[in-house]
Design a protein. Sequence first.
Length: 217
Amino acid sequence: MDTQQQAVDSRNPLKCTRCEHVWPRRDLDKLPLRCPECNSPYWDKPRKKEFIYLAVNEAKTEMKIGVTNNLSQRQCHYNGEGTGFKITLNVEGNRQLEKDLCARFAHLLIRGNEWFTYSEDIANYLVSIGAKPRVFTSGAGLARLRWAKATPEDRKRNCDHMARVAKEREQFADIAPDILRLQAQGMTLANIAKQIGCRTGTVCRKLKQYHAAQSSH
């Protein structure tokens, strides 16, 4: 590498947005594919906004300090696992802050590097650095919030959509007996869907709705 190339490299270092590693640029014509430190292919892509969260189990015996860019999705993950953990606090941060917090409370670790014995000290410290309580709304509550924030045009569009769905359901209820008769005669749902101009998946879904409506009567 000549002196001019070295001067250009020193003026234009590259920095990884994932691990914050800085290194000199070797090729002025193209960017490297990966970070030489963390090997991430997204080294030049900005990170999404991240949050440090504190999850506590129902028995208040364990806590977890984690990092995510989607708190609601992470809470749904805990619900799906059936672990009983609930995110109680969150503060904007990054993985470095998560590592610092885990190191600060390493004496409370029970397994891995982010699962801790329940301690008010962890919660109090998070609050001291700006953490706020996290309240998750149920599905019905979210629907009410969306409706309250919706514009008149959005509300009209939603009402029109619901009316159209109800009308389609009534129309399908009229032809459902014929579809069941053809199916009993050996015709496949794919052929039936082709005859009535619908997708096979749509016919299956409509039939399930029809059976559910019949069983409720």
